[in-house]
Design a protein. Structure first.
Length: 301
């Protein structure tokens, strides 16, 4: 039995005048209650209660200790109530980093919903594709695509995003439209790189139930999602990316999907935050809200 439970037990014994009634109130065996009070008295070095066959009386030392216990337990109840209120209505500044594509296409279009739900949280959102040092830069959480590599961070899956391979009509008119993955060797790729990895010069497709990479050549490499799409629009090569990012371009014909007969692997998306024993209420409610937003867009993670 911990100290908090022991203090609760002691106050109930004093108030009820009975070990048995106090033990029943706290749903514990009478011998457990007796032993706990014996241990408490031994630790304090004083007798708190005088026991008779019919009744329990509090000693002078016990009365003084009882009054302090009531005060302590009352303050603890107030503290817990206060924290429960904070958990339900968190406040303060929350710093989040995410790719600009997710900020402009998914999160910010619904951010007013978050504000109406949690009006006491102020948001600071940075956008980019670089690797962020959460601890050093004071960022509370990040939204990142791909498989998380940092085991020091907690990863909350948000979505699995369908991908598409596409290119501009002008590019396909010049290089031809690939009809089979084996033809990719004759094509150009817009390459992508980030601070956490080298330049990626591959496309991935599912062939006969297995994931296969196709290494390609290309003359353009970028490290930003918007630049990646712009390069595709200008005919710089094939790109592979989450379909939601180019839905409008595919719909109006500025980009054309290719090799749709072979599935591109879904891209996982996660919210990452530093490991803490007690997750900040601000981070918790924001990540929970993100889960709702991404589930509405992509289905369950």
């Amino acid at each position: 039995m911990d100290r908090f439970e022991t203090l609760q037990l002691f106050t109930r014994i004093v108030e009820s005048g009975s070990f048995s009634r106090a033990a029943d109130m706290l749903d514990m065996p009478r011998p457990t209650a007796t032993y706990a009070i014996q241990q408490l008295e031994a630790r304090l070095g004083v007798r708190l209660l005088e026991r008779t066959t019919r009744q329990v009386h509090v000693t002078l030392d016990g009365q003084a200790f009882y009054e302090r216990c009531v005060q302590i337990l009352s303050e603890l109840d107030d503290a817990e109530a206060s924290l429960k209120n904070v958990a339900a209505n968190p406040r303060g500044t929350l710093r989040v980093d995410m790719a600009s594509t997710h900020a402009t296409h998914i999160v910010l279009p619904r951010i007013d919903e978050f504000r109406s739900r949690y009006p006491r949280i102020d948001l600071v959102i940075s956008s980019g594709d670089r690797l962020v040092d959460l601890i050093r830069e004071g960022v509370d959480c990040v939204i990142r695509a791909g498989t998380p590599r940092d085991s020091a961070l907690v990863a909350r899956p948000l979505a699995r995003m369908p991908q598409v391979i596409c290119a501009s009509p002008e590019y396909l008119a010049f290089f031809g439209t690939p009809q089979h993955p084996d033809e990719l060797v004759n094509h150009q790729l817009v390459k992508f790189f980030s601070g956490s990895s080298g330049i990626d010069n591959t496309l991935e497709l599912m062939l006969e139930g297995k994931l296969k990479e196709f290494a390609m050549t290309g003359w353009m490499a970028v490290n930003d999602a918007e630049s990646y799409v712009l390069c595709a629009l200008r005919g710089c090569g094939l790109v592979q990316l989450p379909r939601f990012h180019v839905e409008a371009e595919l719909r109006d014909g500025r980009l054309v999907a290719v090799l749709d007969a072979w599935a591109s692997p879904d891209m996982p998306l996660s919210a990452l935050y530093p490991y803490r024993r007690q997750l900040s209420p601000r981070v918790r409610v924001f990540v929970d809200w993100l889960g709702e937003v991404y589930k509405a867009k992509f289905g369950p993670a």
